[in-house]
Design a protein around this ligand. Structure first.
Ligand code: ADP
Length: 815
């Protein structure tokens, strides 16, 4: 009976305090039907049950799209222990916002700050939408860590749901450590109220997590029972036989073999006792939840996965954009509708260039698609009639036709082409990457118009973070852009690396959510077998200075003793501590300094945070400008990559951009660009097109600039009364102040010119070259400071400014 009651609450029973707004009720009711068909729906009672009484931790695994992120918070929101808010963390801002919007719709409320009574909101870096009555809050992992600065025991939350744990971001690892301490530690800070923790993952690697939490609870060392066998695409063994894919010419692949899904097994039990499950009378009986200890449970949600055929390239390719283009058109011309395509590429640049190519080629490609047969409309009938009339008259008169006939012939042609065009399948290209503005991101969820095939071109964001409905074809570029700390250089660099096998399996799985699918891998089968089985957790490959500062600011002094799921090597921890010391964020004795505390409050890396503080110092006084530059450094690429343009266009772009270029380097060029864009009041889009600047990216830059300004005003680094929209006159002194501020942050990213014309880093003495995209490319200056480090064929400094050698020497001497 209890179970039925709680289900009624989910349906928005007004008596339970969560009554939806009238206007939104209809959407809520429509969405309820699709919610009920999600695999997780039949597990609602188990999930509730597993967190009642003293059970504090639930590990929940289920394929992407099974409904974890959207449903779990709704299942829990009316539980008796849930007197506060539920936090659900996401690794990416985009997922946090889109999930919040979806859950608000499903519950029948406006989102966040749009209404005082809204129950759902979100909080991500540079954007927050919350309301006082909020019960469910989606936020990025970084934001929750940020909140822990002022509320270390997370008093306002009754539960924290840590989503996408399989991604193993640094922040998720930190969060798990803090939450473990909170759940196990004394709850005085929380007034004795429990904190429930749900850890959700799309893969079944729960063993390490289970040991991580269980060791703290019981030290019992209970053997973790094996996960139920899944038929949900987590295992490559389930794949259909691999046939080589020979690019666009291939056509004779074997038909997809039918595979029977495993039957859900047995009755619902907990500790051997059956559980009542009134809500799922018509549903198949779900997998049993397995309770391991008095404190912790694991639940495996069985996903629905249809077979996915895999094709590999026979030969490796270097040009992924071109290979993806071929694959898209092969699918579009040969495969039936419905069936959308999801393409995985490395970053915004590659996504945008493929988007452009598909749009350029699509109209020509449509010609190859057979006309659709079926009943014709009145207009089509009329058009055809005219057409036939024209043809016959034309043949009669052998083109010796008069004016009227020519006119009729023209109209006939017009109608004929319209009709034919309307009958053909169209391509709708939708890009998807983290920096894409909100409205554009939301388009991937919209219904595709009739006879249209959606082609979503995404970064690895669509691997697990976002579920795109309707996808049956996946094109996997096999690469991902990741940050990696290079110990030898002591620098963090952006690298394009092959994905792991588990990422390839996740990507493939996107094709089989709704029906049998097909995954085209843009690499050879041999390459696939050579991939690492798993992606290395970020904490083992990244610069830890940010994480350590996060810990220090939250009172963890013994960072080496912190409960890490995968402890990073001691050497990396020590290097990071040294870096913080250099930035002045730690004292000689390893305590966090005032500067460190301020940096920790800024939503920036310690290096950028230090640059902000330096710029705010009275002797520099250039914070507004440094914020503009940092906003540009926080997005992928302000300028459109000229490599993707024709020779002619490239020259046009070079000359249009000339007036934005500054001889001091890229940072001052960024500043000039932001200021010129901000000063443009007439048509900003046209301005960006003229200067080959990305309009989307500039909108993001402006948002980030706004948020950073607000944060700095709050921290009293910037005066609220200052006229922020009138940029100070450029002067040499001001330029020097800006470069000095950047230099203070980026002291370890500096290099000097050597007699042989190369640049060598001041710390580490490694050779770096100026990246071809830099305005200083090919220039010889005595010293450089750079904000980014990329490694492709060799080590490149990107985002470079020319500075005086004695400035650099001074800064380094004082570290
Ligand atoms: P999981 O967390 O298990 O990956 P989700 O709860 O994110 O699953 O998604 C469940 C379903 O809700 C999916 O079918 C997805 O298409 C849909 N969905 C999720 N977010 C949105 C959104 N913003 N708009 C429309 N549909 C969405």
């Amino acid at each position: 009976k209890k179970a039925w009651n709680s289900d009624n609450r989910d349906r928005g029973n007004p008596q339970n305090g969560v009554s939806p707004h009238g206007n939104f009720k209809k959407t809520r009711e429509t969405l309820l039907i699709s919610r009920q068909s999600l695999p997780i729906w039949s597990h609602a009672n188990e999930i509730r049950q597993s967190l009642r009484d003293s059970k504090d931790v639930l590990l929940l695994t289920g394929e992407t799209g099974s409904g974890k992120s959207t449903q779990v918070p709704q299942f829990l929101v009316n539980e008796p222990w849930c007197t506060g808010c539920i936090a659900i963390t996401q690794p990416r801002r985009m997922a946090a916002i889109s999930l919040a919007r979806r859950v608000a719709e499903e519950m029948g409320y406006p989102l966040g700050s749009r209404s005082l009574t809204s129950k759902v909101g979100y909080s991500v870096r540079f954007d927050t939408s919350t309301s006082p009555g909020m019960k469910i809050k989606f936020l990025t992992e970084g934001m929750l860590l940020q909140e822990m600065l002022s509320d270390p025991s997370l008093k306002k939350y009754s539960a924290v749901v840590v989503d996408e744990v399989h991604e193993r971001s640094v922040n998720v690892d930190l969060l798990l450590g803090f939450l473990r301490n909170l759940v196990l530690g004394d709850k005085k800070g929380r007034g004795g109220r429990p904190l429930k923790v749900v850890v959700m993952s799309a893969t079944q690697d729960t063993e390490a997590l289970w040991r991580f939490f269980d060791a703290g609870f019981t030290k019992s060392g209970i053997q973790m029972p094996k996960a139920p066998k899944q038929t949900n695409g987590n295992s490559e063994k389930l794949e259909d036989s691999d046939s080589s894919w020979a690019g666009i010419s291939s056509g004779d692949e074997k038909a997809v073999r039918k595979r029977k899904l495993g039957k859900p097994n047995g009755a619902l039990k907990e500790n051997g006792k059956p559980l009542t499950n009134g809500a799922t009378k018509k549903e198949p009986t779900p997998e049993p939840i397995q309770v391991f200890s008095d404190h912790m449970s694991i639940c495996y949600v069985k996903g629905r996965q249809h077979p996915v055929k895999i094709s590999y390239l026979p030969e490796p390719t270097q040009d992924f954009v071109e290979s993806a283009l071929k694959a898209i058109f092969q699918i579009h011309t040969k495969e039936p509708l419905p069936g959308d395509v999801l393409v995985f590429l490395t970053g915004q640049e590659a996504v945008e260039s493929l988007e452009k190519l598909v749009n350029d080629f699509a109209p020509g490609m449509d010609e190859n698609i057979p006309k659709v047969s079926g009943y014709i409309s009145k207009f089509q009938f009329l058009a055809n009639l005219i057409w036939y009339f024209v043809l016959s008259v034309n043949s009669l008169y052998h083109d010796e036709s008069g004016v009227v006939l020519c006119l009729v012939k023209g109209i006939g042609y017009f109608w004929h082409s319209k009709v034919t065009q309307a009958d053909r399948t169209k391509i709708l290209v939708l890009p998807l990457f983290a920096a894409l503005p909100q409205a554009a991101q939301q388009r991937i969820f919209e219904r595709t118009p009739d006879r249209t095939r959606k082609v979503i071109i995404a970064t690895n964001i669509a691997e697990t973070s976002v579920t795109v409905p309707g996808v049956r074809y996946v094109i996997d570029g096999g690469k991902v852009k990741i940050k990696q700390f290079r110990h030898r250089l002591g620098l963090e660099s952006l690298l394009v690396k092959p994905i792991s096998q588990s990422a390839a399996i996740q990507r493939k799985g996107r094709a089989g959510r709704e029906a049998a699918g097909h995954c085209y891998r843009l690499y050879t089968e041999k390459d696939y077998l050579g991939l690492d089985p798993r992606t290395l957790p970020e904490i083992l490959r990244s610069d830890l200075s940010h994480s350590l500062l996060t810990m220090k600011a939250r009172g963890i002094d013994d960072v080496l003793g912190f409960p890490f799921l995968d402890p990073p090597p001691r050497e990396s921890l020590e290097k990071a501590l040294l870096q913080l010391l250099h930035l002045g964020a730690l004292t000689e004795t390893g305590q966090i300094s005032d500067i460190g505390l301020k940096i920790a409050r800024l939503p920036l890396t310690p290096v950028l945070g230090r640059a902000v503080l330096e710029a705010a110092a009275p002797e520099r006084d250039c914070l507004v400008d440094v914020i503009d530059i940092i906003a540009c450094l926080s997005v992928e690429n302000v300028f459109i990559d000229l490599n993707f343009l024709t020779e002619e266009k490239r020259e046009e772009a070079e000359s249009a951009r000339q007036y934005l270029r500054r001889r001091e380097g890229d940072h001052m060029t960024y500043l000039a660009t932001v200021q010129a864009f901000a000063a443009e009041h007439a048509d900003r889009k046209a301005w960006t097109q003229k200067h080959f600047v990305s309009h989307r990216t500039m909108q993001n830059v402006m948002d980030i600039r706004k948020q950073l300004r607000q944060q700095c005003i709050q921290m009293k680094l910037l005066s609220a009364s200052a006229d922020l929209n009138a940029p100070p006159a450029p002067s040499e002194a001001r330029t020097n102040a800006i470069l000095h501020s950047l230099l203070r942050g980026f002291a370890s990213n500096t290099a000097r010119l050597m007699p042989d014309g190369s640049y060598r880093t001041m710390i580490g003495n490694q050779t770096v070259a100026i990246h071809p995209s830099s305005v200083l490319f090919g220039k010889k200056v005595e010293a450089i400071v750079f904000s980014d480090f990329v490694f492709t064929t060799k080590s490149f400094a990107r985002g470079v400014s020319a500075v005086q050698l004695d400035w650099v020497s001074d800064v380094i001497a004082n570290l």
